[in-house]
Design a protein around this ligand. Structure first.
Ligand code: MF3
Ligand code: CO
Ligand code: CO
Length: 253
């Protein structure tokens, strides 16, 4: 069931990916997500998802430039040099698939290209660093090591998560190691996300008081993120949200 949900979610991202271009508003991205999902009889998990500040109003998150995560699609028009993370989660027959990519619009600045590359590398190095029965810390160790090569900050307040019948379930999957992640283990049969958020500057984020969702870097510098849903098997991690269309391991931006 998780393979099916994640495959659908990945096909939806394949549908959206080529359309994310300069001149498009983030609301247009949201409507493609909403229409494709409902036309296939499925449910966008973000729409109405309950947070501390109330329900999320749209069907996906679009996080532009200094937005770390949970950006709300609106009338902002993407322009040359922007980076935008599109984070999509679908419920297919009660099971959740969750993934995101950061897209570069036109010609990026050096910082923009490097932070996108770093976030992408962090995701795949983390996947490469885990095996059946490993600790959740193995994810944070790989991410922190790669981010340090660029001097970039790793967001610690927002984390990956177990996933299945619920959107967010235990265990938390932080992208920095800590005492709890030394105890939590990844066993065959577990599904979880890895979704490192990497900042050009400091890790700290500030949640927008007026909408209750949008998290921006405190220092105003750029932030990038990639996310996959993973199944741990006896043989190692299986990336459930991967298709042939998107950027593959080793991709250079
Ligand atoms: N998709 C995000 C995650 O990776 C969560 C978004 S919750 C929302 O966990 F309500 F903002 F959509
Ligand atoms: Co997500
Ligand atoms: Co997630």
């Amino acid at each position: 069931m998780m393979r099916r949900a994640c495959k659908f979610n990945a096909e939806l991202l394949d549908f959206v990916r080529p359309k994310v271009q300069a001149g498009v508003t983030t609301e247009q991205i949201d409507s493609w997500v909403h229409e494709y999902t409902s036309q296939h009889g499925h449910v966008p998990a973000c729409l109405g998802y309950q947070g501390e500040a109330g329900p999320f109003p749209k069907s996906c998150c679009t996080s532009v430039n200094d937005v770390i995560c949970h950006g709300i699609p609106d009338d902002y028009t993407l322009q040359d040099g922007d980076i935008v993370n599109v984070d999509i989660t679908t419920i297919v027959d009660g099971w959740h698939g969750d993934q995101s990519e950061t897209f570069i619009i036109g010609q990026p600045s050096d910082d923009a290209r490097r932070v996108v590359q770093c976030a992408f590398d962090c995701l795949y190095l983390a996947i490469d660093n885990i095996s059946p029965g490993c600790t959740v810390s193995d994810i944070g160790h790989a991410v922190v090591r790669r981010a340090a090569q660029d001097g970039f900050g790793v967001v610690d307040k927002y984390v990956g998560h177990g996933i299945g019948r619920n959107f967010h379930q235990r265990p938390n999957i932080p992208h920095v190691p800590g005492p709890q992640t030394d105890r939590d283990r990844l066993f065959p049969g577990m599904c979880f996300t890895i979704e490192p958020m990497i900042n050009v500057g400091k890790p700290r984020g500030i949640c927008d008081k007026s909408d209750g969702w949008t998290v921006r870097t405190a220092d105003g510098k750029l932030s990038a993120q990639f996310e996959h849903t993973i199944l741990m098997t006896e043989q190692g991690p299986e990336v459930l949200t991967l298709t042939e269309d998107g950027p593959q391991q080793g991709h250079q931006f």
